[in-house]
Design a protein around this ligand. Structure first.
Ligand code: 6LW
Length: 489
């Protein structure tokens, strides 16, 4: 493991990381909000290179995201732990009737159990920690705590307030509790998940405190700095087998001036941790090429099952999204009429690079559909093909416009989007440009519309997610022969 990990270690919208180690293996979980399947699970041997091994919540019984689930609603802030020979995962599903939920698995790649409801645990961001007597303590945003029976989800007492964080700091949340040496450490995020975000810590003699705040709080924040990684917070600690300590955390990479625009959502970063006088000290977050930069990934839809990185909006049904109907093709059958609708047939992946390209071959002869960059229902750009016609649509807040339209030969057609840096003279006017166009067989790309990337940023749209690039059906059926994503260095 290098002291200077290139960051982010998991690029793209992968916030609220929670990590645990079992022997030489590390596992990490992230929030997934309105997307299905939920809670991507990653594996690593070095904390730097991560591979997605599955999604914890992949059955409708585990992940209810009703149509009323707003963008950035759904599943928040996992805690992933290994205890007594099994994996434990606690999350909040902020959708109506859900709340704090616990899942278990013997293999973190799945399958995970049906939910155990933590009905007596209020608020969001549930943490799990076991003491020497085997009691399980669930600590939650606020910061409060209650003892639970993790097998039934029942609470054994009334929840208690533990700590309010630093006086004057907003939103004490994302607690994680650890027994390290002679103390119990309570790590929290505070300052809100935007530019003021930070990490603070307190310690005490028992899981319930009393807690003494670290004199150096916040132990990590990039607020009011020019650091290229901003909004740093929502952290979790892990000890490597060699005894060294590490912190995973979320952060963003704004571009295009100050305060800038970030478009990939909150990503997962890694920082070294040392201990001084019994307090954790966070080392520098080194920015660099994200692991896997310059990656190309292509899916020919030759497998019966979809790869784990594919996500849909709120639900995925076998009749609206399948590779089993037309061998070698993805079939999407329209549900809503457009990406403005809560219920849309969409299959996408998180954008993980600052510069990237995506392409797909669509057969629109039985309907219409296209290639979309989605931030939420109110912020998306897409190129949409119907038989013999193609158009580029921009939805920005309450405005919806057709930015370009043209006739094309009937039949299958390659659609593309290129995300490029702005020329240096324009670099203060936004994060990037998204160019939508069609490809001819010789690979030439004809741009139909080049759109300003800032409107698909979190600074404009708000929310907790980042850009997702994917395919959708607007009417009837749209068939896709392949999808290729190329991250550019
Ligand atoms: C999460 C909270 C936070 O529950 O954002 O950054 C919320 N921290 O802890 C959603 O990710």
């Amino acid at each position: 493991m290098s002291d200077h990990a290139p960051n982010p270690v998991i690029a793209g919208f992968h916030p609220d990381p929670s990590v645990c180690r079992v022997g030489d293996d590390y596992y990490l979980a992230c929030s997934s909000f309105e997307y299905f399947p939920g809670v991507p699970i990653f594996h690593s041997r070095d904390l730097v290179h991560w591979t997605q091994i599955g999604n914890a919540l992949e059955r409708p019984a585990q992940l209810r995201l009703p149509a009323g689930t707003s963008s950035s609603g759904g599943v928040y802030a996992p805690t992933l732990r290994h205890h007594d020979g099994r994996f434990w995962l606690a999350v909040t599903n902020v959708s109506d009737g859900e709340g704090n939920l616990l899942f278990t698995a013997t293999d973190p790649a799945g399958p995970w159990s049906d939910p155990i409801r933590l009905s007596g645990v209020p608020g969001i961001d549930p943490d799990l920690a076991w003491d020497e007597d085997g009691a399980c303590w669930c600590t939650f945003a606020g910061i409060g705590q209650v003892r639970i029976d993790p097998w039934t989800g029942r609470t054994a007492e009334e929840p208690r307030k533990l700590w309010s964080g630093t006086p004057g700091a907003a939103a004490p949340e994302a607690p994680h509790l650890y027994r390290i040496g002679e103390y119990w450490y309570l790590l929290i995020a505070e300052g809100g998940t935007e530019r003021g975000h930070g990490v603070s810590v307190a310690r005490g003699p028992a899981p319930g405190g009393p807690f003494e705040p670290c004199p150096a709080n916040p132990i990590l924040t990039h607020r009011s700095t020019g650091h290229p990684i901003q909004n740093t917070g929502h952290a979790d600690l892990v000890q490597a087998r060699d005894g060294s300590w590490w912190m995973v955390l979320l952060g963003v990479r704004p571009r295009g001036g100050t305060p800038g625009w970030h478009v990939l959502g909150r990503e997962t970063f890694l920082a070294p941790v040392t201990w001084v006088d019994g307090w954790p000290v966070v080392g520098e977050l080194v920015s660099g090429a994200p692991a896997g930069s310059g990656a190309v990934s292509r899916d020919d839809f030759d497998l019966a099952e979809l790869r784990p990185y594919w996500i849909s909006v709120r639900s995925r049904s076998a009749d609206s999204c399948t590779t089993k109907e037309r061998p070698g093709w993805l079939t999407l059958r329209a549900r809503g009429a457009s990406l403005d609708d809560a219920d849309v047939a969409f299959l996408g992946r998180r954008v993980q690079h600052l510069r990237w390209r995506a392409r797909t071959l669509i057969d629109p002869t039985r309907g219409s559909g296209g290639l979309a960059v989605r931030l939420d229902e109110r912020h998306h750009y897409e190129i949409e093909a119907a038989d013999g016609r193609v158009r580029v649509i921009a939805r920005i807040g309450s405005l919806r416009t057709v930015a370009a339209e043209r006739a094309v030969p009937a039949g299958p057609l390659a659609l593309g989007v290129h995300a490029d840096d702005l020329p240096p003279k324009d670099a203060r006017s936004g994060p990037d440009t998204l160019s939508f166009g069609i490809e001819t067989e010789d690979g030439a790309f004809t741009v139909l519309a080049a759109l300003d990337g800032r409107y698909l940023s979190t600074e404009v749209a708000g929310g907790f997610t980042g850009r997702v690039i994917g395919m959708y059906a607007a009417t009837g059926e749209a068939h896709f022969d392949w999808f290729a994503y190329e991250g550019r260095p």
